[in-house]
Ligand binder design. Sequence first.
Ligand code: PLP
Length: 409
Amino acid sequence: MKTPQHAPMNQFPIIEDCLHVGGRSIRNIADEIGGAPFYVYDRQLMTQRMKQLRSTLPDGLVIKFAIKANPMPAVVQHMSTLVDGLDVASAGELRIALDTGIDPADVSFAGPGKMDWELKQTISAGATLNLESENEMERAAKIGEQLGIQPHVAVRVNPEFELKSSGVKMGGGPKPFGVDSERVPSMLKRLGELGLDFRGFHIYCGSQNLNPESIIDAHNKTVNLGFHLAEFAPQPVSLFNIGGGFGIPLFPGDQHLDLAPIADNLEARIKDVADRLPTARVAIELGRYLVGEAGLYVCEVVDRKISRGEVYIVTNGGLHQHLAASGNFGQVLRKNFPVVVANRVVGSKREVANVVGPLCTPLDILAAQMELAVAQPGDLIAVYQSGAYGYSTSPIAFLGHPPPAQIFV
Ligand SMILES: *Cc1c(COP(=O)(O)O)cnc(C)c1O
């Protein structure tokens, strides 16, 4: 059997064997921000990705950005000019979203365990609360009354089905997210009694899916569930958020997601929704698919060691700055992200090496037994697919190293 390879990474040009981002060499970017480690994100790639999505997916589809994938304010600002709305998961993210100048009506807040002060801030701002429980609905109604503002709400539904072959499952069976679908009809009755402004449904099944059939299956089931639940709605549905979950290739064997069949199916479902829920717009929310491939994590080689025949490239970055690439963010079996020597991508000599960080834990691995150009101290190591769930997902204080810089070019 052929060993699986990483999908080709050609989003960043390689000039004179050195990675370039935003028209500049990675070395030049490192010099500008005082050296590695750092994250670099490319705005042109984000713009291109949105353009490609808009031209492939049907007209009329609302595309939202889930900012937890990359909450760097400059990134969110840029994305806010490209998408139709922002999804946030905390009051901190709400602040970042509102500071872009986006219409608060295009901001929604999902996530279990919203605190009273978060509900208050959201209702005051006029953003939409995606209600995660009946209790949260009661608290939102009370706070709205105190403020003299009618809260805009959607109901996040936990469906019975799940998103098959997904890296991260967030619906189906018992879950902390949303309200079990069988309880939604009675919740909607109460929602009407409370006088909340009902916007629609939010049904999010999972993340990091690279299988079009699974995504299509989830979209179809989600739309049907929405039709059923809409019969109990106190007001016409204006927004029907059917989730997202579009994945990006991270590991050997992963392929880029084929959008064409998903787009064809969405077109048919949008027609169905136009027939049966004529007031409703259909939305999807994406995080990593919009920004993940537009970012690199870069660190510098500090030492080169041989231990009992294996090469260790020791860097000044690692698990504390890129938890996902170390394999400790929800992976069961550790697999390598795509990694290269950034200033010597092909190199004149190659070898199989382990790339590790400076932490005193065997978990601090950026690449295990990977074929790379021979690297020396001072060389730069780049981890691809790092524009999402990198910086903000990492235990940056662990071991007390300074945080990596972030630059948006
Ligand atoms: C995390 C999350 C997203 C974004 O997930 P990606 O895998 O980055 O696309 C979207 N919606 C909700 C509700 C989420 O929790």
